[in-house]
Design a protein around this ligand. Structure first.
Ligand SMILES: C[S@@+](CC[C@H](N)C(=O)[O-])C[C@H]1O[C@@H](n2cnc3c(N)ncnc32)[C@H](O)[C@@H]1O
Length: 361
C-alpha cells in the first residue's frame, strides 16, 4: 500500500451539503479560443450551449467539465443490465455509464453509485437527479470502492447485487482542471488526489520519499525506463517541485540529453501516472475491490471492469482467472473488449481502454 494511502480510511462519510454557491461573474477572455479551464464557461453550461458541446465532441475532444463514457454498449451487454434488480457503479464520475444503466434497468431496478471525489460527486448527483432519477432508483454514496462490502451492508444489500461495474482511473473533469494537479499541460498545484481532503498530495509525497522509494514507484506503477535518473534528480530538487509544470520540467531535465521529444513526453506522462497511482493507492484499492467481488455478487451476477494500463489490467485478469479456478466464477471473458476505431476517433481518450467481465457461479 502506498505511503499516502496508509493515512487514509477506506470509507468516507457523505459530507454535509455545500452552502448555496455565490453567483460569480463569468470570467472574460480575449480572442476566440479560450485558454484556461475556467474560461471555457460555455462548455461548462451544456444546457445553454448544446451546439457548442456537439462541436467540441465532433472534433474528438471532451467538453470542459464533462467525461465521455467508454464502451457503454459493451458494458450494458456483458452486465445484462436490462435484467438486473440491483447494480453498483463503483466509479460514478460524470455519471455517463450510470445514466445509461438507469435507462436500461427494469422498472424495479436500482443503482448504487459510488465515487471518492467530494468536488465532482455533488455535481454529478445533481445532474442525474435533474434528469429525474430519484432515490431509491439511484442512491449515491461518497466512498472508496475498496469499502464496497460495508457500503452494501449500510444500504441493506448485504445479500448481494446483480452487477458491479468500475471504470478505473480519473475522469476528464479531474484531468482537465489544472487546480486538481493531474495535468502537465497547464500549471497547477501538484496535488493529484481524487479526494483532496485525504492523505498526502503528490508534492507532499515527493518531499517525503527517498530516492529508492521513488525509483521503485516509477518502475512498479508505470514501467518508467529512466526511473533511476528521474528519481535521483527529483530527490535532489526535493522541496522545489510544488507545481505540475515544475515537475514536468524537472523530469525533462533529468532525461538523457539526446532523447527524442516524443519519448521525453512519454516519460513525463508515465511519471505523472506513477505518482497519481501512488497517492491514490490505486492498486491497493483495486485489489481490495477484486477480493470482494465474488462475495458481493449474487449467483449469476456479473462484474465488468474498464482498465487503462497494464498494471490495472494484469490485476483484473489474474483475479478473474483465480476466481474461475476456485469455482467462484462460472465464466470469465476469453478476450478483452476494446473500443472500435470509430469510438477511438470520436474520443481519443478511449484508446487504451480494455473491458473484462466475470460471471458469479
Ligand atoms: C474514469 S472516471 C468514471 C467516469 C464514469 N464512468 C462516467 O461515465 O462519467 C473514474 C471516477 O472514479 C472515481 N474513482 C477512482 N477510484 C475510485 C475509488 N477507489 N473509489 C471510488 N471512486 C473512485 C474517480 O474519482 C472518478 O470520478
Amino acid at each position: 500500500m502506498g505511503a499516502a494511502a496508509k493515512m487514509r480510511s477506506m470509507s468516507e462519510p457523505v459530507p454535509p451539503q455545500d452552502p448555496e454557491p455565490q453567483r460569480r461573474r463569468r470570467p472574460r477572455y480575449k480572442g476566440t479560443h479560450p485558454r484556461r479551464f475556467e474560461e471555457k464557461y460555455k462548455e461548462l453550461d451544456p444546457a445553454r450551449y448544446p451546439e457548442l458541446v456537439e462541436h467540441v465532441r465532433s472534433r474528438g475532444q471532451t467538453p470542459a467539465g464533462q467525461h465521455v463514457p467508454i464502451l457503454v454498449d459493451e458494458a450494458l451487454a456483458v452486465l445484462e443490465v436490462q435484467r438486473a434488480l440491483r447494480g453498483v457503479d463503483c466509479t460514478f464520475g460524470f455519471g455517463g455509464h450510470s445514466e445509461r444503466f438507469l435507462r436500461a434497468l427494469p422498472v424495479a431496478g436500482e443503482l448504487l453509485a459510488l465515487d471518492v471525489d467530494p468536488l465532482q460527486l455533488p455535481r454529478t448527483e445533481a445532474r442525474l437527479r435533474a434528469l429525474g432519477f430519484a432515490e431509491p432508483r439511484l442512491r449515491v454514496r461518497r466512498t472508496n470502492f475498496a469499502a464496497l462490502g460495508s457500503v452494501l451492508h449500510e444500504v441493506g444489500w448485504s445479500d448481494g447485487v446483480d452487477f458491479v461495474f468500475a471504470d478505473l482511473g480519473v475522469s476528464s473533469m479531474q484531468i482537465d482542471d489544472p487546480a486538481r494537479g493531474f495535468t502537465f499541460k497547464q500549471d497547477g498545484p501538484l496535488d493529484m488526489r481524487m479526494n483532496p481532503s485525504r492523505g498526502l498530495s503528490a508534492a507532499q509525497w515527493l518531499e517525503r520519499a527517498n530516492e529508492a522509494q521513488l525509483a521503485a514507484v516509477l518502475v512498479e506503477n508505470s514501467d518508467e525506463p529512466h526511473a533511476e535518473r528521474v528519481a535521483r534528480a527529483l530527490t535532489l530538487r526535493r522541496g522545489h517541485v510544488a507545481t505540475t509544470l515544475a515537475l514536468a520540467e524537472a523530469v525533462r531535465a533529468a532525461l538523457p540529453p539526446r532523447l527524442e521529444a516524443d519519448e521525453a513526453e512519454r516519460s513525463v506522462r508515465r511519471v505523472f501516472q506513477a505518482l497519481r497511482i501512488e497517492v491514490n493507492d490505486e492498486f491497493g484499492v483495486l485489489d481490495a475491490l477484486l477480493r470482494q467481488l465474488p462475495d458481493v455478487l449474487r449467483s449469476g451476477g456479473r462484474a465488468a471492469l474498464l482498465t487503462f494500463h497494464s498494471g490495472e489490467d494484469r490485476r483484473v485478469k489474474k483475479a478473474f482467472e483465480r476466481g474461475l479456478a476456485e469455482g467462484r466464477y462460472a465464466a470469465i471473458c476469453d478476450e478483452v473488449a476494446r473500443p472500435s476505431p470509430e469510438e477511438r476517433r470520436a474520443n481519443p481518450r478511449a484508446a487504451p481502454a480494455k473491458l473484462r467481465w466475470a460471471r458469479r457461479a
